[in-house]
Design a binder for this molecule. Structure first.
Ligand code: KIV
Ligand code: NA
Length: 263
């Protein structure tokens, strides 16, 4: 294995922070690959790439299609592919079948699934059979219909023990890392200290062992910027300027010119 391995990520616990971003297609993934320890092909691609309202409708085939593109476009980072809603919750057997399909068809190195204590048995089942699992707790978008939306977790200190229990359960079940999404800082800090595997934060403070963001969010391509996102590049306005310049040039016949014409 020439790419960053699962044990290499796991060993980063408490060390130099782990760098990660999402990617859904080959050209952006190739750029991210130069700087990220792992790349997540997240089911957020349902919204970002396909205009869906939530991740609930994302099919397995779509994850596999984008997973393949990202594996082809990269050579260094560990590639983690999200298991979409409905493909793993029912039983460890069904989860294994679908996770194996994702790994075989995309060539990714690990899968990610949402859920804490309730998914521990499945995480163990997969890990013992050769499929590394990244867990995802706190704000879990695939459960937004039950939770009543996307809410920051841990604002009420009474809820902390449940989240801590989730973190311990996935760690003890063999997950090699866990995403903490949408969580107040003191809870993320507490969990990070309590478990032996790296925590990867998104909206969960710098107390985590690493960070992840949705690439399009940090590039300024999302018209709405959530509080936890820092925008590192204004690609939205840049693309708009380029498209409008092109439109002007076509209308005025300023494009194509000599340089772009075959003689
Ligand atoms: O789907 C996704 O992009 C994710 C990250 C936000 C962790 O799960
Ligand atoms: Na996701």
């Amino acid at each position: 294995i020439r790419r960053t391995t699962v044990p290499q990520i796991a060993r980063r616990k408490g060390g130099e922070p782990i760098v990660s971003l999402t990617s859904y297609h080959a050209h952006t993934a190739a750029i991210v690959d130069k700087h990220a320890d792992f790349i997540l092909v997240g089911d957020s691609l349902g919204m970002v790439m396909h205009g869906m309202e939530s991740t609930v409708g994302v099919p397995l085939d779509l994850m596999i299609m984008h997973g393949k593109a990202v594996v082809r476009g990269t050579k260094k980072a560990l590639i983690v592919v999200d298991m979409p809603f409905g493909t793993y919750e029912e039983s460890p057997n069904i989860a294994f079948r679908n996770a194996a399909k994702i790994m075989k068809e995309t060539g990714c190195g690990a899968v990610k699934l949402e859920g804490g204590k309730r998914m521990a048995e499945t995480i163990r089942f997969l890990t013992e059979r050769g499929i590394p699992v990244m867990a995802h707790i706190g704000l879990t978008p695939q459960s937004s219909h039950v939770l009543g939306g996307f809410k920051t977790q841990g604002r009420d200190e009474d809820s902390w023990p449940l989240h801590e229990e989730d973190a311990r359960a996935v760690s003890e079940a063999g997950a090699f890392a866990v995403v903490l999404e949408g969580m107040v800082e003191p809870l993320a800090a507490k969990i990070t200290k309590q478990i032996d595997i790296p925590t990867i934060g998104i909206g969960a403070s710098a107390e985590c062992d690493g960070q992840i963001l949705v690439l399009e969010d940090m590039l300024g391509l999302n018209p709405w910027t959530p509080k936890f996102v820092k925008v590192y590049g204004q690609l939205g306005p840049m693309i708009e300027q380029a498209v409008s310049d092109y439109a002007e040039d076509v209308k005025s016949r300023a494009f194509p010119t000599e340089d772009q014409v075959y003689r």
